[in-house]
Design a protein around this ligand. Structure first.
Ligand code: ADP
Ligand code: MG
Length: 312
């Protein structure tokens, strides 16, 4: 510690140095953590070691340990933010080593977790949904069933299997997106990366970026993410291009590569098929819609969510 040795030098040049030094020494030796260290290492601590190391020991006593003195990471008062000191014997000295503090550990862990869940146009609160705090009323058997299958999915996925996803359908506000968020979180805590995509906005944006390369990048990301969740499919207005070139391409790729995919929709499968068969211009293309539906059925187990509206 540069400033420490400087202030010690300054101290040494003053006539009352001895008194001040003794005060400092007393303060250091009164510190319960220092005392514990000395007791635990009594056999290794030789005479003079404490006096030689008084600067380091003083530095140690002034830092927060186990985040006790810091309200948060950004208000960490230690020399090195997010790191707390530990005493150790190095040669004939006691030295201070810095380790990541518990708050920083948690913070870094959370950052890693967040980086595993990618999302496009999904509200933040949904991304915090967890299986263990999903509210379930006793009579809501469909919600229980969906959660059960979702939990099985994560378990099987972790064993290296590639089980089917879910096609969650039901009315607005029933909690479909919420369950998808909980699955994403559960996967992230097992280090599996997933992506939640709000389909109507995704399609709108793709239309806007038709001419530029960001379209390809977005499509590639959605195609290749280990676990994909297509939220609110059917709420978009359909064009043949979106259905065949975008949705069709994504599903085709994921099916062949065996990459699990989840869906949520206000429509059941039959209604979705009808929705996809009539384009904005009123053209009917039932065969193309049927082809998309075939893929969805191949990839996901349909479950209707019934129960109370969770919105509001
Ligand atoms: P949907 O996607 O079916 O329209 P959401 O998943 O957006 O419905 O849920 C609607 C609202 O209710 C959201 O604000 C969500 O956070 C909340 N919510 C959904 N499911 C639950 C639940 N099981 N327990 C508590 N809140 C929930
Ligand atoms: Mg939703």
């Amino acid at each position: 510690m540069e400033h420490m040795s400087k202030s010690l030098k300054k101290l040494q040049s003053r006539p009352d140095f001895k008194d001040r030094y003794n005060d400092l020494r007393k303060q250091v030796l009164n510190d319960p953590d220092v005392q514990a260290f000395i007791t635990n290492h009594s056999s290794e601590i030789e005479s003079g070691m404490i006096d030689r190391s008084i600067g380091k020991l003083y530095e140690f006593t002034n830092q927060s340990k186990n985040c006790k003195k810091c309200p948060s990471l950004s208000q960490c008062q230690n020399l090195l933010q997010g790191y707390h000191p530990r005493l150790m014997i190095v040669g004939r000295m006691i030295d201070v080593q810095y380790d990541k503090c518990p708050t920083k550990e948690t913070h870094d862990e959370r950052k890693k977790h967040e980086s595993l869940i990618k999302s496009m146009y999904i509200p933040k609160d949904i991304l915090e949904a967890q299986f263990h705090n999903i509210d379930v009323d006793v009579e809501e058997t469909s919600r229980l069933k969906a959660i059960g299958i979702a939990q099985d999915f994560v378990e099987e996925y972790n064993k290296g299997k590639r089980p089917k996803g879910l096609y969650l359908y039901g009315s607005f506000g029933i909690g479909k997106t919420y369950i998808l968020g909980a699955i994403a979180n559960e996967l992230a805590s097992h280090r599996v990366s997933s992506m939640l995509v709000y389909v109507p906005e995704f399609m709108r944006e793709l239309k806007g970026s038709f001419q530029d390369s960001s379209l390809d990048e977005k499509l590639e990301a959605v195609k290749k993410i280990p676990v994909l969740m297509l939220d609110d499919i059917g709420a978009e207005s359909v064009s043949s291009w979106m259905r065949d070139e975008i949705l069709g391409t994504i599903l085709q790729y994921r099916m062949l590569e065996n990459l699990p995919t989840f869906f949520s929709s206000n429509f059941n499968l039959k209604q979705l098929q009808h929705h996809l068969s009539v384009s904005q211009r009123g053209e009917e293309e039932p065969v193309k819609a049927a082809r998309i539906l075939e893929r969805i059925k191949h990839m996901a187990i349909p479950i209707e969510l019934i129960g109370k509206n969770r919105r509001g």
